[in-house]
Design a protein around this ligand. Structure first.
Ligand code: PLP
Length: 259
């Protein structure tokens, strides 16, 4: 009997269903894997923004992780919103126990400008979480927060990647989507360099893009892809999902997983 590859998201809940674990699980299903979730925080959220957020106790995070890993096992892990220094530290310690590849999306601030990570947690992200990553996937705001490198044009992305790699992930995927022109990302391990380019879609309904990309990478890694293969496939998936993003509520709608 067939058992699909198993992928775990360690992330926050978006009640509106557009980002967070909801986006992660949809992506994992769409890419032919069994998705599992360790919830770190609950947000009250819709297309207009985040109206409230509550962290789960570290003990609850550890217990969920143990339940999944001890019985079901994981072929890849993805981390998203980790919220507080204590939760970042807890998750980093748990990740050190698994041999599966880890995709770290160092979630900082939502598109609406709502903080999803305490400023006091940045140092733990740098020193404890990023070293556990097979791939780290910061956007340009997260690069600036974590490394101080400001990216204004494509040429700056190499310097950004080098600064992220200093913290110890095997690969850095610098997401240049906030620059003008094509959506360009740079994937590098310090030796190989892969530039990924997609035409920009004129669609404002992009809520959940970062969660979706990181989950798609994890899903493909669980299928056995190499990191460059997984990132290329994930970029293709997220580009389709952005193209099909739809209106929901009065604000920014989600990317679509059924395209
Ligand atoms: N809510 C949660 C729980 C998230 O994990 C994230 C991103 O990782 C967001 C919201 C933000 O999503 P976006 O910036 O795509 O709107």
């Amino acid at each position: 009997m067939y058992t699909p590859p198993r992928v775990l998201t360690v992330a926050g809940s978006d009640s509106g269903g557009g980002a967070g674990i909801q986006a992660d699980l949809k992506t994992m299903l769409a890419l032919g894997t069994h998705g599992m979730s360790v919830l770190t925080a609950v947000t009250a959220q819709n297309s207009l923004g985040v109206q409230g957020a509550w962290d789960l106790p570290a003990e609850a995070v550890r217990a969920q992780f143990r339940s999944v890993v001890d019985d079901i096992g994981v072929q890849a892990v993805k981390t998203g919103m980790l919220s507080s220094p204590e939760l970042v530290e807890t998750v980093a310690a748990l990740l050190a126990e698994v041999t599966a590849p880890v995709v770290v999306d160092p979630v900082g601030v939502s598109k609406h400008g709502d903080a999803l990570l305490a400023a006091t947690a940045l140092d733990v992200v740098r020193t404890k979480l990023l070293p556990t990553a097979t791939v780290a996937t910061p956007n340009l705001d997260e690069v600036a927060q974590l490394t101080g490198v400001q990216v204004h044009e494509e040429a700056d992305m190499r310097r950004a990647a080098a600064a992220v790699l200093e913290f110890g992930p095997r690969w850095a995927l610098i997401k240049g989507g906030h620059l003008s022109g094509d959506a360009v990302d740079l994937l590098t391990d310090g030796e190989q360099e892969h530039w990924l380019r997609a035409p920009r879609h004129d669609n404002r309904h992009t809520h959940g893009t970062g969660c979706t990309l990181a989950s798609a990478i994890a899903a493909r890694l669980a299928h056995g892809d190499t990191v460059p293969e997984a990132v290329a496939a994930a970029k293709e998936y997220v580009t389709g999902a952005i193209e099909a993003g739809f209106r929901l509520g009065e604000g920014i709608g989600p990317v679509d997983h059924g395209w």
